[in-house]
Design a protein around this ligand. Structure first.
Ligand code: ADP
Ligand code: MG
Length: 762
């Protein structure tokens, strides 16, 4: 009998070599293998007759090979095969089909799948997928049994693996065998009341039917992943994810936090700094944040809002609440430029009220750095602004109360889990040992301390704390600091709520007044002269412009070269009479700062830059942006870049220049940019186009995404799963017993550990 946890190499027909190929696909156990679902199905129970085919449809046809052969056109070799049913015939062609040369023998039965096309009055299949029926993969004994898996039923089609070594047919046979020897008692973690309410089929039945659908199943429902078997599997995955998130959220709430005071004095202090009337959305967000801060447990809140919606002001207001109750605040930005900018605006807005602000960046000289750290450790510094990287290195705070993480979208969602995990970790963070624990995204630091933490018991821990640091404040409370994470990649509320189930959510869905929408135009680079003329016109009228240089894949060096080339061309040839400067990531930090400041002060008219200005930079007088080779940028990135303009009252223009070949997908991105300014819409389209893995950066982080669920397709089930999970976490009731809750939690922990590699849930 196979158990779900059995390693795949012990499945008959797999062995160590193939197990390795499967491992590369994330398939390690029987359970993983059974969650490798077909991406489509073929109806080989009622295949179409050739006579019935209509141009334009996707169809499965089973027919006999008649003739085949390779012929060359001037452009490429084409392989042609004619298949027949009785007297009717169907031509199939494959471009560059040399590899098919000896593939087909007359008389063989083949299953073909592809789009039916009309080629000069005759129907043909172009590039169809095919399977020669009854062909064995070298296991003659099984041939007859195997053949029965290929015709006369609805047949699952799997993605191949190992550069085609593991074919769809291979998966079909192996998965079928695995199902046959699978233990009859699979654990059921979903409480029975939920199963009944949602009509969920039992786990074993779901596995069988999702791979081997019943004869009567509708092809349409199968392709939409909405058969009872699919629903069960998708719901199950989402339910246990949501259960984990809900539990985390509960646990966070149960920890000791700081109850900040919000009295009239604090309110006045906030009012005093306001440079303008907050928008309704800003007021609402602050109210939500303030309410959290007053409560005695740690705040974990996501503040999302489109670029330019005014998140910084809300952050400063929250900072005042913390500072006024005698706590320190850390504000972390993803880049040094952005940290500097926050520092400038903090000084402009907060210093007049006497708040003490420090900037901690990598470019400070060692002496200054030491000095700054001392100020932080002694509690003189009330607001500490720096890059994530910098603050997360053991900065000691005297009394850290609030951590604000800006532009969170740079990090993958699973990294965020880690950030939170660290928060929950056993090593005290924040005030308890004087370290900032939040945002510690750098792996080594993280695993180090997490490991250390989990080895220590409470007694050891406090001794480690007391011996740990020199400058420690008198506070030894283990209260966790509050955390606000800000992101400019807004996602629809329902999606955010389910996805960031462990965070509370505030959304700035309103722009500050007086903005005129940005006009976005797409222009081919043969019209560069016109574009530069346009830039000149606006700059001489008193505005400033950005020229963003193209992203060059995998080479920062080349990106730099492109920027320098553009800079020299613009400064020497096109705008010799204007003040043009360049900004890129490799520049000396001091110089970077100077350039940014000069641009902010309006002394630089045209700023040529790489994508370093992508996040957060705020210069309201900049009204024109030219993006070179816009087709190379991702959608979210283009939107972020464009968000640098349109911040003042003047009408702003974003010019997307394209050069060379523009792919179909790039076309869609550019169209969307021209069509809308709405960050929510753009984020949604981006999510749909790239898939959640890339969108949330889980791919880069090398972490698995969902096994079977899809954020786009399965939103309905996601919401359902969240609702049910919350009910389970809320505790036993007339429907669900404590025993069932315990069982569900146990199941969830195993799943999280195994599939998402998250160890410390619950
Ligand atoms: P983001 O949400 O992208 O971080 P910022 O906080 O940088 O946006 O704000 C964008 C611009 O809008 C800044 O110039 C800021 O001063 C301005 N701003 C923010 N709130 C308001 C408001 N309520 N009224 C007018 N201008 C505002
Ligand atoms: Mg910002």
């Amino acid at each position: 009998m196979l158990e779900p946890s059995t390693p795949v190499q012990y499945v008959k027909g797999i062995g160590p070599r193939l197990a390795e190929i499967l491992g590369a696909k994330g398939i390690h156990t029987v359970d993983d293998l059974l969650h490798y679902l077909p991406f489509r199905y073929e109806d080989r129970l009622n295949p179409r007759t050739i006579a019935e085919l209509r141009a334009g449809e996707m169809a499965t046809v089973i027919a006999e090979v008649r003739t085949s052969g390779l012929f060359r056109t001037r452009r490429m070799p084409i392989f042609q095969m004619t298949a027949g049913q009785g007297r009717t015939r169907l031509r199939c062609i494959w471009f560059n089909g040399t590899y098919l040369k000896d593939k087909f023998k007359p008389g063989q039965m083949v299953a073909l799948y592809g789009r039916v096309e009309d080629s000069r009055g005759e129907l043909e299949l172009k590039q169809p997928q095919f399977e020669i029926l009854g062909e064995s993969d070298g296991e003659a004994a099984d041939q007859k049994a195997a053949a029965s898996l290929e015709i006369g039923r609805i047949v699952p089609i799997y993605e191949t693996a190992g550069q085609g070594r593991l074919t769809s047919r291979w998966f079909r046979r192996v998965i079928h065998k695995t199902l046959e020897s699978l233990t009859p008692d699979l654990p059921e973690g979903i409480p029975s009341a939920i199963r009944k309410r949602l009509n969920l089929v039992p786990p074993r039945e779901a596995l069988w039917r999702v791979h081997w659908p019943d004869e009567g199943e509708s092809m349409q429902t199968l392709m939409n992943w909405r058969t009872p078997a699919h629903i069960r599997m998708i719901f199950e995955e989402l339910f246990f994810i949501e259960l984990g998130l809900e539990l985390k959220r509960r646990q966070q709430k149960a920890q000791t936090g700081i109850a900040f005071e919000l009295n009239d004095r604090v309110r006045d202090a906030i009012k005093k700094i306001l440079p303008f009337h907050p928008t309704g959305a800003q007021k609402r967000a602050l109210k939500e944040i303030a309410a959290d801060m007053q409560k005695p447990f740690p705040m974990r809140r996501l503040l999302q809002g489109d670029v330019g919606s005014g998140k910084t002001l809300v952050a400063f207001e929250a900072a005042i609440i913390a500072i006024e109750s005698g706590h320190q605040v850390a504000l972390m930005a993803p880049t040094e430029i952005l940290a500097q900018q926050h520092y400038f605006s903090a000084r402009r807005i907060l210093e007049p009220s006497g708040y003490r602000i420090v900037l901690l960046t990598g470019s400070l000289e060692d002496d200054r750095k030491r000095e700054t750290r001392r100020h932080i450790a002694q509690g003189n510094a009330q607001l500490v602004i720096g890059t994530h990287a910098l603050i997360e290195q053991k900065v000691e705070f005297a009394k850290l109360g609030l951590v604000i993480v800006d532009e969170q979208h740079r990090f993958g969602v699973l990294q965020r889990f880690k950030l939170m995990r660290k928060q929950d970790g056993h090593v005290g963070t924040g005030t308890s040992n004087g370290h900032v624990g939040t945002g510690a995204l750098s792996e080594p630091a993280l695993s180090d301390r997490t490991k250390k933490g989990s080895r220590m018991g409470p007694a050891e821990r406090s001794s480690a704390n007391s011996s740990a640091q020199t400058h420690r404040s008198s506070t030894t409370s283990a209260a966790e600091p509050d955390v606000v994470v800000m992101t400019a990649t807004p996602i629809p509320r329902t999606l955010a709520l389910t996805l960031y189930g462990d965070l509370d959510l505030s959304t700035l869905d309103e722009m500050p007044p007086g903005r005129t929408p940005i006009v976005t135009k797409r222009v081919g680079d043969e019209r560069a002269d016109e574009v530069w003329h346009f830039v000149r016109k606006h700059v001489t009228a008193g505005h400033q412009a950005y020229v963003v240089c193209p992203v060059i894949e995998e080479s920062e060096d080349n990106e730099l070269k492109a920027a320098m080339k553009m800079y020299s061309e613009l400064s020497k040839k096109v705008f010799p009479d204007l003040s043009v400067a360049v900004l890129h990531g490799r520049m000396d930090p001091d110089l970077k700062e100077r350039v940014m400041r000069l641009f902010q002060e309006g002394k630089i008219q045209i700023l040529v830059s790489t994508t370093v200005i992508e996040v957060g930079v705020d210069v309201p007088n900049a009204a024109v942006m030219v993006i070179e080779h816009a087709e190379r940028f991702g959608l979210a990135q283009l939107h972020q870049l464009r968000g640098r303009i349109g911040r003042g009252a003047a009408k702003s223009f974003c010019i997307l220049m394209t050069g060379g070949k523009v792919s179909e997908e790039a076309e869609r991105r550019l169209d969307e940019m021209v069509r809308t300014n709405d960050g929510f819409k753009i984020a949604e389209l981006d999510l749909a186009m790239r898939g959640p893995g890339e969108f949330f950066g889980t791919k880069q982080a090398g972490l698995p995404s969902f096994q079977v669920a899809s954020l786009i397709r399965d939103r309905d089930l996601l919401e359902l799963a969240k609702k049910e999970a919350a009910a389970v976490i809320a505790g036993p009731n007339s429907e669900i017993s404590q025993a069932e809750i315990d069982r569900a939690l146990k199941h969830m922990r195993t799943k999280w550990q195994k599939t998402y590699g998250l160890v410390e849930v619950g």
